[in-house]
Design a protein around this ligand. Structure first.
Ligand code: MG
Length: 362
């Protein structure tokens, strides 16, 4: 099947609650969507959340990258030569991983549809269903405790707690949540680069001594500070997960070889899509390192693409795919089923999400 067109549009969805991390506060999901059109009239969908504070991508930059660089490089190519298409996509320009990810998933959605098979099975088919955690935004302690209890009531067994803004008070926050939810709920901590190395070791050690029993601590120090993360990983018992420090396969190899972290967080928007993320999975498998799959503030389109990758690969043992759970509305049909913490893949061909609430495709 020949790639006939690659179009961009826009979607906006309200969030149930404002999303707050050490880096930003967001109230609406406002994303670029991509539609790949095949020569037989089939379409595939992708999504690009412009996360300027993490990837440097904005709505304008994504739109421009897709329309002026990526689409002209790919239109007319034969999608059956998938390897050639995917490497041309990645080589169409440097950086711009969010735009590349949106086009990558739209093309793989279309490719799966052309084979009448679900993408998770075409890519490996390791598991049909798995659980995601739910993110708790950084707020005053009582609010975070309330949000955590509400999440547990909704059936979530794992919480990802955002901290990293106020050093010592983060210990107070986390212990208050642990006391409220009890020992059975798994707690992941995400500092979003908010601590300095020595501070991180002090805080994580305090948490260990206080009995938090965290599943992991994510990106304790700034993304650029490899040495700092290595120092933290060497001086605490809690597993350290590298997020903002790992975009490319080269980053992953460096983090693993230098033991700068114990685990790798894969996000399609950092990697540039599913295809490059498969290389991250292969590297992790080679070194025996487990991965988490995460998302930005994404709707069901992009999170479903990540869910397919998670279901395809055994090396992805943890999922942080709560984007759809944070939205106030679900205007989509088809694709994986998000039911509380459980994400179940279906036999819909491709990624499977249809009825995108976008009318103005350009
Ligand atoms: Mg993170």
């Amino acid at each position: 099947m020949v790639i006939r067109d690659i179009q961009v549009g826009q979607i906006a969805l309200p969030l149930a609650h404002p999303f707050k991390t050490a880096l930003r506060t967001v109230e609406h999901l406002d994303d670029i969507v991509v539609r790949a059109v095949g020569s037989d009239g089939q379409v595939g969908y992708g999504e690009a959340p412009p996360t300027a504070v993490i990837t440097g991508d904005t709505k304008g930059s994504v739109r421009c990258a897709v329309k002026e660089f990526i689409a002209p490089a790919l239109i007319g190519m034969d999608l059956d030569d998938l390897d050639a298409v995917m490497s041309r996509l990645q080589n169409s320009m440097v950086h711009n991983t969010t735009a590349k990810a949106a086009v990558d998933m739209a093309l793989l959605d279309l490719w799966g549809k052309s084979r009448n098979a679900p993408l998770w099975q075409l890519l490996g088919g390791a598991k049909r269903s798995f659980e995601t955690d739910l993110t708790i935004s950084v707020n005053p302690v009582d609010e975070m405790v309330r949000d955590s209890l509400e999440a547990v009531e909704r059936g979530f067994h794992t919480l990802k707690i955002k901290v990293g803004k106020e050093g010592r008070r983060d210990v107070e926050r986390l212990m208050a949540i642990r006391r409220a939810v009890g020992p059975e709920v798994a707690i992941r901590v995400d500092a979003n680069q908010g601590w300095q190395p020595r501070e991180a070791v002090r805080i994580i050690s305090e948490l260990e001594n206080a009995g938090l029993d965290a599943d992991l601590v994510e990106q304790p120090v700034p993304a650029w500070d490899f040495e700092g993360m290595k120092y933290v990983t060497a001086h605490v018992n809690t597993p350290i997960l590298a997020d903002e420090s790992v975009f490319s396969p080269r980053d992953a190899v460096r983090v693993i070889q230098e033991r700068a972290a114990d685990l790798i967080n894969i996000k399609l928007m950092k990697a540039g899509g599913i295809w490059p993320a498969l290389r991250l999975c292969a590297i992790a498998e080679t070194f025996g390192v487990e991965c988490m799959i995460g998302c930005m503030l994404e709707s069901k389109i992009a999170v479903s693409a990540a869910a397919h990758l998670c279901a395809a690969k055994g090396v992805i043992t943890r999922a942080d795919l709560d984007g759809p759970s944070l939205c106030a509305e679900d205007p989509f049909t088809g694709g994986p089923v998000f039911d509380g913490p459980t994400i179940t893949l279906t036999d819909d061909p491709g990624i499977g999400v249809g009825s995108i609430p976008c009318s103005d495709w350009q």
